[in-house]
Design a protein around this ligand. Sequence first.
Ligand code: PRP
Ligand code: MN
Ligand code: MG
Length: 175
Amino acid sequence: MGDKIRVMYSEEEVDKRIRELGEQISKRYEGKTVHMICVLKGGVFFMCELAKRITVPVTMDFMSVSSYGAGTKSSGIVKIVKDLDQSIEGRDVLVVEDIIDSGRTLSHLMKILNERKPSSICLCTLLDKPDRREVDDVNVDYTGFQVPDEFVVGYGLDYDQLYRNLPYVGVVETE
Ligand code: PRP
Ligand code: MN
Ligand code: MG
């Protein structure tokens, strides 16, 4: 519990960036309804704040996934723990994540979602850690910030399930 957290992006900086993304996304989806899909649990804070900055009609659904096999993410296989409530066929889908790290979660998830025949599908992430990428088939359409390979928390990102509720993006300082 005594972890030191250093601020990487302050609440004001994150808010400003989310407003910018909201504006871009609103333009991209003019005349349409954006069907936002939140990847639980990390995506939930970003999803809510981003949704508030989108000016076209928005609907939302939630999905929870976990990695299979060997107990590590490296299997690249994703198990659906909680599926979407609604069909995405014919919808304009925007998948919302807190961070893309190895890319394995999203690589697999985007494949699963694409098979369900959305009219379009885009990916929006608050943070991207390109240095950690292990796959090359994740196309990120909207990124809040590119971050170096540090242990980031806050705004949905956890360290052992803690710190998701920090209103800023921070780094856990290890000594
Ligand atoms: C984290 C994060 C992304 C994923 C990124 O989720 O929220 O969903 O890992 O990692 P990857 O690009 O290497 O696949 P996590 O599995 O920790 O679950 P959580 O969102 O509930 O914290
Ligand atoms: Mn996650
Ligand atoms: Mg996590």
